[in-house]
Design a protein around this ligand. Sequence first.
Ligand code: G4P
Length: 526
Amino acid sequence: MGNDFKKKVLSRRTFAIISHPDAGKTTLTEKLLLFGGAIRDAGTVKAKKTGKFATSDWMEIEKQRGISVTSSVMQFEYHDFQVNILDTPGHQDFSEDTYRTLMAVDSAVMIIDSAKGIEDQTIKLFKVCRMRGIPIFTFINKLDRQGKPPLELLAELEEVLGIESYPMNWPIGMGKEFLGIYDRYYNRIEQFRGKEEERFIPLNDDGEVEGEHSLKTSGLYEQTLEEIMLLNEAGNEFSREKVAEGKLTPVFFGSALTAFGVQTFLETYLQFAPSPKARNSSIGEIDPLSEEFSGFVFKIQANMNPAHRDRIAFVRICSGKFERGMMVSLPRLEKQIKLSQSTSFMAEERNTVDEAVSGDIIGLYDTGTYQIGDTLTTGKNNFHFEKLPQFTPELFVRVSAKNVMKQKSFYKGIQQLVQEGAIQLYKTVKTEDYLLGAVGQLQFEVFEHRMKNEYNAEVLMERLGSKIARWIEADEVDENLSSSRSLLVKDRFDHYVFLFENDFALRWFQDKNPNVKLYNPMDQHD
Ligand code: G4P
């Protein structure tokens, strides 16, 4: 393929924003979309989060709880770049969805609330990015409010997350006294208040404002110069390589709500963020610039539009070019599929997509063919990309149809929601009871709600509480080892799993049965 294709691939910047709920992910996303011209009015993303889908009962759950349950993809052009932002659900009960989304990006933006510092959910998501070795950019938000001292925030980054940091800019005051940012990268000051034409003050070679300026009368200016000196002398050096390896995070300060520092962030980010990288597969690395089309399904969402009852498989393109109507193979089913129904994602609408390249995300209308983790390719070699991380569920319920006459809808609903990755399904070995496993309680609630509203199947759920799930390496297991304290079940791929009542039961079992090799899939990527 020609230079045009190459140029397109190299212009892609595909990332996700990670944060603890309330740090400002929605607000920042909205501002990025505004700068990218993808939306015209502020409030659009917010509206989506809280009001626009009010007709959907499922979204109603989201609204009531003020959390974002769904993930979506937002695409826009900025200068010469094609930006793809993958949204992730903020609530920790949906971290499984978030983790899979992080497999589809090339970099991540981590937002930190300057008053709260590093919070639990940030730590978890950060670890996943770390495991993938993708570049992480930090946006420290809400500088228009009083927060922790910036040096303390940097220390937290290094101590709690164990990543080196390099402040690209530095706040001059904060809260009521927030004057702006001292931009080390562009060697200028960006003022928070004042006229647009006075927004930037250039700095001289010594990094100071030349001549007289009202800013210099503030004690904060002097303090900032001292802090910058400290950073220059004792701080980390900037290294493009370390950023690319995810070992050093460039840090930006700003205020998403007032859109301050956001454009500067976006422009700098685009310069350093990577274009699509080669991906590991069963036949080695797949080059994003290679001609053969390939991609994988990282997310399936049913009934996105309740009026149409559609189901969409989200595919991250890893190489080549997608053209509507092309034939691809799905190695898992050894099947050829024509990709005729596809969609791209714009912030405000879904459009039919005719063409897309490595780095892009496309949506395929699905009638139940795809599963999470499926590889699609036009190559002669049938291969598959690295497996998506599997989560070890911690909470379990026994589930059955309330109305035996509705068994058919019940099975259909369960099957679809499990394929979607909304919840995990297990069957007890002897009685074939259906058990559901989840990371967080909210997943059960959404499941129950969706079964009723989307599949017209009311369910009975009997809580089994928390269990420790351990997979078994062998294909055969003595089913008599199953007891109430160590329940033997099979996952949906027919692999044996023991559900232990607690740590004690696990240890007791291991002592008694040293030949049964147990493992936790999460350990492979902790
Ligand atoms: P999330 O998606 O990460 O959960 O966070 P979201 O953007 O919804 O922001 C959480 C709250 O923080 C919102 O306030 C939002 O307005 C506020 N916020 C975001 N960025 C900034 C900022 O730069 N400065 C200040 N001061 N606040 C910020 P809320 O009261 O919960 O919602 P709303 O009533 O404003 O919509």
